[in-house]
Design a protein around this ligand. Structure first.
Ligand code: PSU
Ligand code: MN
Length: 315
């Protein structure tokens, strides 16, 4: 393992991402925790490749983020995708864990929060993940609030997502974002989506149908001194969606079982997700893949529109 020079952040760019950044071309960062912890091998590898292809279809360059032996990868090669997808036991790395995993060496799968840290360091302005972390059900006693939400207040990166899963308390999640002054806009829909459900039943504070308008709003947010991110939601398609009523019972049961079994901290998200997967017998895995891909495609489009706003401003 190479010795890290003091005071420098070891970022390793893929050629494609490095070229895109120097050309001012739109880039969308992606997390790797969804590869290692979201789906099983080989679905996870296949989906990661389709997600990257979807960002390209949208008109941007994908940059999957991960930690590899004391370095932060900014853009995966095909071999990196395979390695992360097939290596068992890659640790989930959120913002608080990054320094320790970098110092220790080995692979690390970045969450939304830690991917935002890396994206900002790399000069990438967009990030996409279908499901962000949020305020957990019962947070009033457990205090379990995902560090994704805190990172949104710190990293100047626009985040495109399909909302968050119903395993969370989505109402409290939206309250938290409002309190912390994080802009929230739904692209071409009225509601805050719930990952593989088209709607959470909660209305979004803003709806915008024009991609360039969103790009301009992002630049205004930062020009106004906004210190952190800007959240944009896009729902999955109705054909790929799962009915909310169908998963609600499972989530309530799994949440109670987790409390009984003493599951807490960073293990709870995966525990609940797997309970829903089992109950919906593979349909949720399919819905999961579909929403990851559709979110990435929209992020590719929005990042490209944002790039046109910036290039017009400098002209
Ligand atoms: N939500 C999903 N799928 C995921 C995650 C969240 O629908 O894979 C992962 C993401 O990496 C996210 C993290 O950043 O879980 C949040 O974990 P926690 O709740 O422990 O902060
Ligand atoms: Mn947590």
């Amino acid at each position: 393992m190479p010795l890290q020079p003091t005071g420098t952040i070891p970022l390793v760019y893929s050629q494609e991402v490095s070229d895109a950044i120097s050309d001012g071309a739109p880039v969308v960062a992606l997390e790797s925790n969804v590869i290692t912890h979201g789906l099983d091998y080989p679905d996870n590898a296949a989906t990661a490749r389709k997600v990257e292809a979807a960002v390209r279809e949208g008109g941007s360059v994908p940059a999957t983020i991960g930690i590899d032996d004391g370095r932060i990868l900014i853009g995966f090669t095909d071999e990196d995708v395979e390695r992360f997808a097939s290596t068992p036991g890659v640790p989930k790395v959120s913002s608080r864990d990054m320094s320790l995993v970098l110092a220790k060496g080995g692979l690390g799968a970045t969450s939304v929060a830690s991917s935002l840290v890396a994206a900002e360091l790399a000069g990438i302005r967009f990030f996409a993940s279908a499901g962000i972390g949020g305020v957990h059900r019962g947070a009033e006693t457990t205090m379990d609030v995902s560090s994704d939400l805190i990172q949104f207040t710190r990293s100047k990166v626009a985040v495109v997502c399909a909302g968050a899963k119903n395993i969370l308390d989505l109402k409290l999640t939206m309250e938290y974002l409002e309190t912390q002054c994080v802009p929230l806009v739904s692209y071409r829909s009225d509601d805050f989506p719930a990952f593989y459900c088209v709607s959470s039943g909660l209305r979004s504070p803003h709806r915008v149908d024009d991609a360039v308008e969103i790009g301009r709003a992002i630049e205004f947010h930062w020009a106004l001194g906004g210190a952190g991110g800007f959240l944009i939601t896009t729902p999955t398609s109705a054909e790929d969606a799962i009915d909310e009523a169908e998963v609600e019972g499972v989530i309530a049961e799994a949440t109670a079982a987790a409390a009984r079994d003493g599951v807490h901290g960073n293990a709870i998200t995966k525990y609940l997700m797997r309970a829903v997967d089992r109950a919906t017998e593979g349909r949720s895995a399919k819905a999961n893949m579909a929403v990851l891909i559709s979110t990435a495609r929209v992020a590719g489009t929005l990042a490209a529109a944002h790039a046109t706003v910036i290039s017009e401003a400098v002209r």
